[in-house]
Ligand binder design. Structure first.
Ligand code: ADP
Ligand code: MG
Length: 581
């Protein structure tokens, strides 16, 4: 047998160092992370066995097992799930593939040991590495379902790990934690203590749909066996299932939260479930439930997070909704269920009448799925609207984190354009005591008599727009202007016709008519008066400009550059140039 020693990837090393020095104060959550991984692995093996009848996998009696050893000072978390091959262990456990890792590490460095650092870690989600908060050495033995040989991995988290083949590992994964001595002194956090484990499972993992078992305490005459190595313990439990089956205690209630009556589920239970599906460490900002009965029966439990994941605006950002069919996990990131602009929504949809064999391709065309998707989109949008009306602070948090993504829907989801505009927020020149933004409904209510358009200007920042000469006439005459500064704003304003019948109009493009009849007459006169000057200037500027016009927009500036109605704005031009077009 060859034992290899392999270095952790640099980023992984840095994160591990943080775990070892445990900047996260609630160490109990390591168990939630390991159980969550075990549960995912059980979901996967059940599905794999169903979809591939030739796969040599055992999908009977799937469960998680916690084996504390008070004398040996270890805790083993075992599952008989999908397991990992050697290469998967190296890839999944030895490196961190999550996008945003480099960014996170840079910010952590800045944050030092502060509470802010904890928050950042919480946002990122540490998963398996959280084991090193409570263990000074971690062993992992795993065998991928359908393969013959297993792998044993071990590390103290200090830079490298060793990995070697094992001949006789049971299907699935066993993680053994050699517990830090310091935690044993604290009775509440002695992770080899059964009472402590019962409490943690109840608190964090009760809803896990697989049984989480703990073998009964070994009778006195078996005490000698307590010192067995973990591999032996794992083997025993595989060999003597019958003998053990009588003994174990199941620690969780296993009830799928989305199938329980809403009134019976506590906020805390929702929060823990959210953490499980989202891999986030925070509480959700908002919980959304919906269900339908009849021909298309389904239940959905969805969440809006508090904080945008770091990869929200990266190309391969994951969409967060899982698909189940009658309680059976089918897939993560089900893109057929949520449009891309709602990629921040997390949760579960459980559909009753789909085949367990559905593929992503089939789902894209499934009528039932598109019906669910339409309803889900409407429900999310109406929840955002209600949040704005009833909990403005929550809404503000939401908007700051996800507004930019939501506005992408103005382009990609024309059917819901009006609704999205309705729940969107905009900065404007209107000074509304403390409120940073306005809704379009509030804007149109404030519109001046005779005003026939929603005025806006796009630019890099509110300050830059406010300083622009285009603003002068509008400010002077008391017209409110929306200050649009997100890159996506440049694009949707051209595609969207208007809001509630009122068109959008850029104050920096084309002719803007703010004049009374009398003013118009005067302007005509002036135009003839200055025709000569304009002609001369046009000659001097040559091909650099299309036309020189006498302006009615300026009050103090002598001149301004104006785009044609269908021209690109300077910001958009910059954007395209940056993209190399
Ligand atoms: P995450 O669960 O957010 O992906 P983790 O650090 O918890 O991150 O786990 C990393 C990966 O390692 C998982 O995505 C999974 O592929 C694999 N893994 C971890 N634990 C197990 C397990 N018990 N069985 C099978 N695979 C596992
Ligand atoms: Mg995990």
């Amino acid at each position: 047998m060859t034992t290899e020693t392999i270095e952790f990837q640099a980023e992984a090393r840095q994160l591990l160092r943080l775990m070892i020095h445990s900047i996260y104060s609630n160490k109990d959550v390591f168990l939630r992370e390991l159980i969550s991984n075990a549960s995912d692995a059980l979901d996967k093996v059940r599905l794999a066995a169903y979809q591939d009848k030739d796969l040599d996998a055992d999908a009977s009696d799937l469960h998680v097992e916690l084996v504390p050893d008070a004398e040996g000072r270890t805790l083993t978390i075992r599952d008989n799930g999908i397991g990992m091959t050697r290469d998967e262990v190296v890839e999944l456990i030895g490196t961190i593939a999550k996008s945003g890792t480099a960014d996170l590490l840079a910010r952590l460095k800045e944050a030092g040991d502060s509470e802010h650092a904890q928050e950042l870690i919480g946002q990122f989600g540490i998963g398996f590495y959280s084991s090193f908060m409570v263990a000074d050495r971690v062993e992992l033995t795993t065998r991928k379902a359908g393969t013959g040989e297993g792998v044993h991995w071990t590390s103290d988290g200090e830079g490298s790990y060793t990995i070697e083949p094992v001949a006789d590992a049971p299907q699935g994964t066993a993680v053994t934690l050699h517990l830090k001595a310091s935690d044993a002194e604290d009775q509440m956090h002695d992770y080899a203590d059964r009472t402590v484990l019962r409490r943690i499972v109840k608190t964090y993992s009760d809803f896990i749909t697989w049984p989480i078992r703990m073998p009964a305490e070994a009778p006195a005459e078996d005490a000698a066996e307590a010192g067995d190595t973990i591999e032996d313990a794992a083997e025993n439990s595989a060999d003597d299932t019958a003998a053990q089956a009588a003994a174990p205690e199941t620690l969780n209630s296993m009830k799928a939260l989305w199938a329980r009556p809403q009134k019976d589920v506590t906020e805390e239970e929702y929060a823990e479930f959210y953490r499980h599906v989202s891999h986030d460490w925070q509480e959700p900002l908002e919980t959304i439930r919906l269900a339908a009965e009849g021909t298309f029966e389904y239940q959905a439990l969805l969440f809006l997070p508090q904080i945008a994941p770091m990869d929200l605006y990266m190309r391969d950002a994951r969409r967060g909704v899982q698909l189940y069919v009658r309680r059976v996990f089918i897939m993560d990131d089900c893109e057929a269920l949520v449009p891309e602009y709602l990629r921040f929504v997390k949760g579960v949809v459980d559909a009753a009448d789909l085949s367990l064999n559905v593929s992503r391709e089939i789902l894209q065309q499934d009528r039932q799925i598109s019906a669910i998707r339409r309803r889900l989109v409407r429900k999310v949008l109406s929840t955002i609207g209600t949040m704005r009306d009833e909990q403005p602070e929550k809404y503000t948090t939401f908007w700051e984190q996800f507004g930019r993504a939501l506005k992408e829907g103005l382009l990609s989801d024309p059917d819901n354009r009006e609704t999205i505009l309705g729940v969107s927020a905009f900065r404007s020149t209107h000074d509304s005591e403390g409120a940073e933004t306005t809704s379009l409904a509030a804007y149109t209510e404030r519109m001046r008599e005779g005003q026939d358009a929603i005025y806006y200007m796009t630019g890099d920042s509110p300050a830059a727009i406010e300083a622009s000469p285009h603003m002068e006439a509008f400010r002077d005459k008391g017209y409110e202007v929306l200050l649009l500064t997100d890159p996506v704003d440049e694009v949707w304003v051209d595609a969207v016709e208007g809001f509630d019948g009122t068109p959008f109009r850029s104050i920096a493009k084309g002719q803007v008519d703010l004049q009374t009849d009398e003013e118009k007459e005067q302007a005509e006169e002036r135009k003839t008066e200055f025709a000569g000057l304009c002609e001369w200037m046009a000659g001097v500027l040559g091909d650099d400009v299309k036309e020189v016009r006498l302006s009615s927009r300026l009050t103090t500036s002598p001149a301004v550059l104006v785009g044609d109605e269908f021209d690109m704005t300077p910001t958009l031009e910059k954007m395209y140039r940056a993209m190399g077009q």
